[in-house]
Design a protein around this ligand. Structure first.
Ligand code: ATP
Ligand code: MG
Length: 426
C-alpha cells in the first residue's frame, strides 16, 4: 500500500480518533467543578485524619514515643498535597476572575490537576490504615536538661567551668573530682556541664547520666537512676521494662548496657567512696572505660582520693569584687544607687560573707529592702555573733540562714524555714 492509499483508508479512523479525543477533553472540562468540590471534601477529611495523627504524636511524646519513619513520610506527603490543593484552589479562583483565564485550554489543565490531586488525596487516606503502629518507643535522650540558673547569673563560675570542661574533653582524666565547701557552687557547676552537652549536642558521649547521690549512699537508688537513663522505667511508673530486683542481675544488666555506650556519669554530692563495680559501672580498666568519664562533686577532698580521681578541681571562694557583684545582684541594687556611707557599711557586711555564694545570696536577699545606715550597722553586728564550735562552712551557712530568718517579717515564712532546717531560735 502506498502512502496516498494508506491516508485515504485511514482518514475515517483518524477523524473518529480526533472526535473521540475532543469528546474526552470536553467531558474533562465539564467535570472541573464537580471534581473541585469532591477534592475539597476529600482534602478536608484527610486534614482531619492528619490532625488526629499529629495529636497522637504530641500525646506520645509525653511517654517518650516518637513517630515511625513511615508516619513521618506520610505526614510530609500530606503537607505537600495540602500545598498543591491550595495552589489549585487559587488558580481556580483566578480563572473565575479573568475572562482570558477561562479559556478551554486552562479549564482543561485545571480539571486534569483536580483529578490528579484527588487521586493523591484518596491514596493518602487509604494509606493511613497501613501506618500502624504510628509511634514507637524513642530511645532515651542523650542528655536530660536540669533546671539551673543561667551561667550569666553565676558570678565568677566561668573560669572553674572552663577548667572542668577541658578536663572532660581531654583524654588524660577518666575520673574528675570537684570539691569545695557547702554552698560554694559545686552542684551548679556540674549542672552547667550537663546542660552544655544539651546545647552543643553530645558527639563525645552517647549518654550523659546525672545521679544525685547524697549523704545516705543508696546503691540501689543509684542503679535505678542509671537504669532510667538507659531506657528502663521506674518500678510502678510507666509501662516500660523495669530493672530486675535480683542484686547480681542488676549489676550485670547495667554493666552490659553501659559497656555498649560511651557515657559521661555525673555524680553529685558524694560523701564516701562509691564502689562502681558494685553498682554495675564498668570502669576498672581502660578497655572497660572505652572513652567514658566520671565527674563527681564532694565537700571532702578525701573522697576525691578514695574515688581515684586523676584530677581534682577545687571550687574557689569568690574574691571581693565578685562577692560584691553577686551581693548587689541579690540586693537588686546598681552601682549608682548607693549613698557612700551606707555603701561602705554594706561592703563590710559583704566581706563578712567570706566569699561563699550561698551566704552572699542569703544575706543579700535578706537585706534587699535595707536603705538606712542603721539597718546595715545592725546587720553587721548580727553577723559578728558566730556560734562557736562549728566548722567554717557550717558557721557561715548557719549564720546566714539565722540572719535571714531573723529578718523574715512574715510569721508563716519563719515557720516554713524552721520546718525545713532546724535553726537556733535564740
Ligand atoms: N558563682 C556563683 N554565682 C552565683 N550564684 C552561685 C554561684 N555558685 C553557687 N551559686 C548559688 O549558690 C547556691 C549554692 O550552690 P550549690 O548548690 O551549687 O552549692 P554546692 O557547692 O553544691 O553545695 P553543697 O555542698 O551543699 O551541695 C545555689 O543557689 C547557686 O545557684
Ligand atoms: Mg551540691
Amino acid at each position: 500500500m502506498n502512502l496516498q492509499s494508506f491516508l485515504e483508508s485511514s482518514t475515517g479512523e483518524v477523524a473518529a480518533w480526533v472526535s473521540n479525543l475532543a469528546a474526552r477533553a470536553v467531558a474533562t472540562v465539564i467535570s472541573l467543578n464537580p471534581k473541585a468540590e469532591e477534592l475539597d471534601r476529600e482534602m478536608e477529611e484527610l486534614r482531619a485524619i492528619s490532625n488526629d495523627v499529629s495529636e497522637e504524636i504530641r500525646t506520645g511524646e509525653l511517654e517518650n514515643k516518637r513517630p515511625t519513619h513511615q508516619t513521618q513520610t506520610w505526614l510530609s506527603l500530606v503537607g505537600k498535597i495540602e500545598a498543591r490543593v491550595d495552589k489549585f484552589r487559587l488558580s481556580l479562583q483566578q480563572r473565575g476572575a479573568s475572562s482570558e483565564g477561562s479559556s478551554l485550554r486552562s479549564s482543561y489543565q485545571l480539571a486534569c490537576e483536580a483529578a490528579e490531586c484527588l487521586k493523591e488525596v484518596q491514596r493518602l487516606k487509604t494509606q493511613k490504615s497501613d501506618l500502624l503502629p504510628l509511634l514507637i518507643q524513642a530511645p532515651p535522650p542523650a542528655v536530660v536538661e536540669l533546671p539551673s540558673s543561667s551561667l550569666y547569673d553565676n558570678v565568677g563560675a566561668e573560669e572553674t567551668l572552663s577548667e572542668i570542661r577541658s578536663l572532660v574533653e581531654g583524654d588524660e582524666a577518666p575520673v574528675i573530682g570537684i570539691y569545695g565547701m557547702g554552698g560554694i557552687g559545686k552542684t551548679t557547676l556540674l549542672k552547667a556541664i550537663n546542660n552544655e552537652f544539651l546545647h552543643r549536642g553530645s558527639s563525645q558521649f552517647d549518654l550523659v547520666i546525672w545521679v544525685t547521690v547524697s549523704k545516705e549512699l543508696d546503691v540501689h537508688k543509684v542503679q535505678e537512676e542509671i537504669a532510667v537513663r538507659l531506657g528502663y522505667s521506674r518500678p510502678g511508673k510507666g509501662q516500660g521494662k523495669t530493672l530486675t530486683e535480683h542484686p547480681t542481675d542488676r549489676v550485670n544488666t547495667l554493666r552490659r548496657a553501659l559497656s555498649q555506650r560511651k557515657f559521661l556519669l555525673l555524680l553529685d554530692d558524694l560523701w564516701e567512696k562509691l564502689d562502681l563495680g558494685a553498682v554495675g559501672v564498668p570502669f576498672s580498666s581502660s578497655s572497660d572505660r572505652n572513652g567514658s568519664k566520671i565527674v563527681f562533686t564532694t565537700r571532702l577532698v578525701e573522697v576525691c582520693n578514695r574515688m581515684d580521681a586523676e584530677w581534682k578541681v577545687q571550687v574557689p571562694l569568690l574574691d571581693q569584687a565578685r562577692s560584691w557583684e553577686l551581693f548587689c545582684q541579690k540586693l537588686g541594687r546598681g552601682e549608682d544607687q548607693w549613698d557612700p556611707s551606707v555603701r561602705s557599711q554594706a561592703e563590710d557586711v559583704c566581706k563578712k560573707c567570706g566569699g561563699l555564694p550561698i551566704t552572699l545570696i542569703t544575706v543579700g536577699r535578706a537585706m534587699a529592702g535595707a536603705t538606712t545606715l542603721g539597718e546595715w550597722k545592725d546587720a553587721l553586728k548580727d553577723l559578728e555573733g558566730i556560734p562557736p564550735g562549728l566548722g567554717d562552712m557550717e558557721k557561715k551557712v548557719l549564720e546566714s540562714l539565722k540572719f535571714s530568718f531573723d529578718r523574715l517579717e512574715d510569721k508563716s515564712a519563719r515557720e516554713c524555714l524552721l520546718y525545713f532546717r532546724p535553726l537556733p531560735r535564740g
